[in-house]
Design a protein around this ligand. Sequence first.
Ligand code: SF4
Length: 200
Amino acid sequence: MSLLLHICCAPCSVACIGELRQEGLEPVGYWFNPNIHPYTEYRMRRNTLVDYAKSIGLKLNLNDEYGLRPFVQAVAADIDHRCGVCYAMRMQETARYAAEQGFDSFTSTLFISPYQNHELLKKAAEEAARAYGVTFVYRDFRPFFRQGQDEARALGLYMQKYCGCIFSEEDRYLAAKRRKKAQREAEAARQAQEAAAKGQ
Ligand code: SF4
């Protein structure tokens, strides 16, 4: 069976490729991630994957589109529910390319991430498979996430700090800000308690 593996980033690909190879499947990688912004981040993730693929003898095809504008236009109407659109964009293109290039099937390294909406992603892949008449090979790679990330770290691969789009970068920034605020408030409460205890 010929299998096209959509790859979101090198660290997520480590365990997925390992598991597929253990099953006797030799995937061909496919890079198509117009959701990754800004360009410096996109380039870093792409180049890390190119180097990693070479190091493990993985055939990799690049659809090298830095898609800031089309991506933002596609999700702008509902930024809070953007992930479904993002999954559909990537799964539709992967299925289209698989059909065009004569692959029997496709899947994605996104199925390893416990941070993705797994069921929504699965639905997007199933719809894409139907639209292009190729088989979607479903694998729940999530149990291998930690092991894969540890391996990637040990290999010195670039490890990203956010999902990909500029809005997920904003989420990370806002979460860090909330954490700092909560820490400041907890510290202020502790000091107030201490002062009250001394005053008794
Ligand atoms: S958070 Fe991740 S999955 Fe969701 S839209 Fe952004 S890049 Fe895509």
